[in-house]
Design a binder for this molecule. Structure first.
Ligand code: C2E
Ligand code: CA
Ligand code: CA
Length: 562
């Protein structure tokens, strides 16, 4: 508690206020009231540590102000120092009976007033430290934590959000403490406290709830998934080896989580539910976390598990990049390929990107994953070029990647590493991402294009299609979304949209490509409307790299027209 103390001065005489203010110069944040009711208002708002309170005031005197302050549990801790020009003993006695801490007599002796206030601040803080903090770890104790939980719940009326209460227990602490002695036990608890604090963001509170039980009030987590990650971070932190006097100790934790508003909207029940969830976690095994609510538990944990598996697959090179040809049938040529990531499973099946890209986006894993795909794609295209195939490769860029600070650098590095020439790499970016901050996007795209990268608008027509931004952004290609292509034969509206997009592209001097071309009828209509480049199952399914090499060496008749 190094923050400045808040001091409230209450006196109906402005000259006295001035003298007191002078006495306390620099001691804290000073607020001033000239009558009792303002004093109470300010006290409720700022919760002062010390109140200097004049006794003789009209309407509401100092005694009754003190009475009301002491009756309010949120203010009762304030040290009330009465200020009076009377010397009678009964006055002092009455003030002390009402809970006053001290007396100052007018005329005010400046150094004495200052010293009294300082002493009361110090005393009040020492008392609070004892009442609200754990002396071994210096963490807030359960009382203070629950106070903060209640406060956080009150604040949700203004700012609705999820609040998590985590309960952490150390499973093997007791036997260690018994066997190794209390000095080691204390050191272990202090280390756990430090690590728990390390898992907290600014608004969170870590607390020791007694014995080997810790708690955390998580206010910084936006979603249930965030809370699951937070619990895992705590378990990882606590589970990492602890060295004390050259001996290694491995603690095992379990965490139970309850969530506002899902599990409860009052502090006590939330606390109970965190305890019940902790019990479930212990039943499940060592180093586990559990949510109180079973359905939250299942969904968060399943996603969390999938995310860990994905990370593992990425680290061990088990993700694959497939390629799908883009074809110009009139010229009988393959003009490029699109890189599409795949996650092969042990049973030979593939998890499609639609299922794991959103997960990778949410967890930040998309950045290394995207870099991996980019690098693979660049390497492939440069080898195909060496074999005489003058094609380009396009790579899908998701929003989190595009906005990552290293994005530009990553593209440049991949191009350099794989010796790419201008025009060989194309980035597919969706409309929504491009439409963000148009000025900033514009400058970024200009820089990318200066490196020889082409920019393609993916899924065009499904998002925020504003002509204004299309005109301003430096773009190269529009990809007509497959939903329009799929429906254009049966629905005139979709055919009309396709035609409009094609005219738009011609007017803006952009290249065009249609995706989802599944039949020769699709291809014929697209050609008639003016779209020359096609991508779709009719020409080529996404293929592993070696098969794409074969495809390039001997394109099928749909491409060659033979
Ligand atoms: P997308 O960028 O629109 O990619 C085209 C999707 O349409 C691919 O699905 C492709 O296999 C599929 N497709 C191609 N031709 C046809 C067709 O004729 N008929 C039908 N029904 N489908 C066709 P896929 O590979 O499952 O990818 C789905 C989405 O996942 C992609 O949509 C893209 O948004 C995303 N994605 C794939 N790879 C990556 C990647 O490396 N990074 C990022 N950020 N996203 C990726
Ligand atoms: Ca794409
Ligand atoms: Ca697309």
């Amino acid at each position: 508690m190094l923050d400045l103390p808040i001091i409230l001065l209450v006196d109906d005489q402005v000259s006295d206020l001035r003298v007191l203010g002078q006495a306390l110069e620099g001691l804290g944040d000073v607020y001033i009231a000239t009558n009792g009711s303002t004093a109470l208002q300010l006290a409720r708002k700022y919760r002062p540590e010390v109140i200097l309170l004049d006794i003789e005031m009209p309407f509401m005197d100092g005694y009754s102000v003190c009475e009301q302050i002491k009756a309010d549990p949120k203010l009762a801790h304030a040290a009330v120092i009465f200020v009076t020009s009377h010397q009678q003993t009964e006055n002092e006695l009455r003030g002390l009976k009402l809970g006053g801490a001290d007396f100052l007599h007018k005329p005010i002796n400046l150094p004495v007033a200052r010293a009294r206030v300082e002493a009361n601040i110090k005393h009040g803080r020492a008392v609070r430290q004892l009442a609200y903090y754990d002396s071994l770890t210096n963490l807030p104790n359960r009382t203070l934590l629950m106070d903060r939980v209640s406060q956080a719940l009150e604040n949700t009326r203004e700012r609705p959000a999820r609040i998590g209460l985590l309960s952490l227990d150390l499973e093997n602490f007791k036997p260690l403490n018994d066997a190794e002695g209390h000095a080691v036990g204390d050191a272990l608890l202090q280390e756990v406290a430090k690590r728990l604090v390390g898992c907290c963001a600014a608004p969170d509170t870590a607390a020791r709830a007694g014995g080997q039980r810790f708690m955390m009030l998580a206010l910084s987590c936006q979603t249930l998934d965030d809370l699951g990650h937070c619990a895992q971070r705590v378990l990882d932190a606590v589970g990492a080896p602890i060295m004390i006097a050259n001996t290694r100790y491995d603690l095992i934790g379990n965490v139970g989580i309850s969530v506002f508003p899902d599990d409860s909207d009052d502090a006590r029940t939330l606390h109970e539910h965190a305890g019940a969830a902790l019990y479930q976690a212990r039943q499940a095994g060592r180093g586990e976390y559990r949510f109180f609510n079973a359905s939250i538990n299942d969904s968060v944990r399943a996603r969390h598990q999938m995310e860990r598996d994905l990370r593992d697959a990425l680290d061990n090179g088990r993700l694959e990049v497939f390629y799908q040809a883009k074809v110009n049938p009139r010229l009988h040529r393959v003009v490029g390929v699109e890189a599409l990531v795949r996650w092969p499973q042990a049973d030979g099946s593939m998890i499609p990107p639609d299922r794991f890209i959103p997960l990778a986006e949410a967890s930040g894993l998309i950045v290394p994953l995207g870099e991996y795909v980019l690098d693979e794609a660049c390497r492939a295209v440069s080898q195909w070029r060496a074999q005489g195939h003058a094609i380009s490769v396009s790579v899908n860029i998701s929003p989190a990647q595009f906005h990552h600070r290293r994005f530009e650098d990553m593209i440049q590095q991949a191009m350099l590493r794989n010796d790419l020439m201008a025009g060989q790499l194309e980035l597919e970016i969706t409309e929504g991402v491009l439409a963000g901050d148009v000025d900033q996007t514009c400058r970024l795209l200009e820089r990318l294009r200066a490196q020889g990268v082409r920019i393609s608008v993916d899924d065009f027509g499904t998002g925020y299609s504003s002509l204004a931004y299309l005109k301003r952004l430096p773009l190269d290609v529009l990809k007509i979304d497959q939903s329009f292509v799929r429906q254009m034969l049966d629905h005139p509206r979709d055919a009309a949209i396709v035609e409009t997009i094609i005219q738009l592209a011609h007017a803006l001097d952009l290249q065009l490509i249609a995706e989802g071309v599944e039949t020769p009828e699709h291809a014929r209509l697209l050609q008639r409307l003016g779209c020359e480049v096609m991508q779709g199952f009719w020409y080529c399914r996404p293929l592993p790299r070696t098969q794409m090499t074969e495809y390039l060496n001997a394109p099928p008749t749909t491409v060659t027209g033979l």
